[in-house]
Design a binder for this molecule. Structure first.
Ligand code: CA
Ligand code: CA
Ligand code: CA
Length: 303
């Protein structure tokens, strides 16, 4: 077995050598002169092999540079010492020339858009994006940006309004559900401001819920209150209603449930004096973002 495979390998090696030997001399002329190893034929004579460089016509050439393709590539040498051409995408080799082959949308890296460059001076139409998405400058489908953007920090906080007016009184209760906002990128942070007005005798209770978190994503909710009158001793209500947290946006709660589970926080406001009016800041962010553009639902209750 071992001997036969050795013989087979030896046979193949000989065949390769013989083949290489046969073709030697075919490029310099057709006189059929056979040259010894390390030589090849040029104009009826055997000459030494050259450096395998296209500038010199490659190893088995006769000193004339290899022809360059007219566009889209360059002359090269094959490993056996003959002239060849190498084409750069989107050009493809056709004989000794490179021809432009128009790119498809995926080859061009485009998900959408009209007038996408096909690489050959023409354009292709790569269609439109699905619902909730738009085509950006790079021809990528990205989530549509919601109306509250930019709202990444306190100074840009988007003010949420109740059905009527701008303030959210606690007497009677004020409640509203918002379902037009999205986290449109992995880094999107949405900060909202709710103007709470203490209109009753008891201090306002604030309840915020985050629902309709897209499948595969995990969003978190924070709610923080800042009193008009210090000191601010607002606290989180109950262990199931968020983690107490003193943050840059005020005193409040964080709710960090796993996966798609809704987030829920409840704050009991306490301020200096009798008036517990102030600003509620709500923060929505993601820890896992699955590139879904569907809106989340934010419910705010002041009672
Ligand atoms: Ca947003
Ligand atoms: Ca934002
Ligand atoms: Ca969560």
């Amino acid at each position: 077995m071992r001997l036969s495979s050795f013989l087979l390998a030896a046979g193949l090696a000989l065949a390769t050598f013989a083949c290489g030997d046969d073709s030697t001399g075919s490029d310099g002329g057709d006189s059929g002169i056979r040259c010894m190893s390390g030589m090849h034929e040029c104009d009826g004579e055997c000459v030494p092999d050259q450096v395998n460089d296209p500038e010199m016509g490659c190893r088995r050439g006769c000193g004339t540079p290899c022809p360059e393709p007219s566009e889209g590539g360059m002359a090269t040498c094959t490993s056996s010492g003959l002239c060849d051409v190498q084409c750069t995408t989107p050009f493809v080799k056709m004989g000794d020339q490179c021809e432009c082959r128009p790119q498809s949308c995926s080859e061009a890296g485009a998900m959408c858009g009209t007038g996408v460059d096909d690489g050959c001076g023409g354009t292709i139409d790569c269609g439109m994006c699905g619902e909730g998405r738009m085509c950006d400058d790079m021809n990528q489908c990205v989530c549509v940006v919601d109306e509250a953007e930019p709202n990444e920090e306190e100074l840009e906080a988007f003010q949420l309004m109740p059905e009527m007016g701008t303030d959210w009184p606690d007497t009677p209760d004020t409640m509203r559900v918002f379902s037009e906002f999205t986290l449109n990128t992995e880094d999107d942070v949405d900060i909202y401001r709710v103007r709470v007005r203490d209109a009753g005798t008891a201090s306002p209770t604030l309840r915020v819920e985050l629902r309709n978190i897209p499948a595969g994503s995990n969003f978190e909710l924070g709610a923080f209150f800042r009193c008009d009158t210090s000191p601010n001793t607002t606290r989180c209500d109950g262990p199931l209603l968020g983690m107490e947290m003193d943050g840059p946006l005020g005193r409040g709660c964080l709710s960090e449930n796993p996966a798609q589970d809704p987030e829920r926080v409840q704050l009991q406001t306490f301020c200096g004096g009798d008036d517990e009016s102030g600003n509620l800041f709500i923060e929505v962010r993601s820890t896992t973002w699955m590139n879904a553009c569907t809106p989340y639902e934010l419910s705010v209750l002041v009672e």
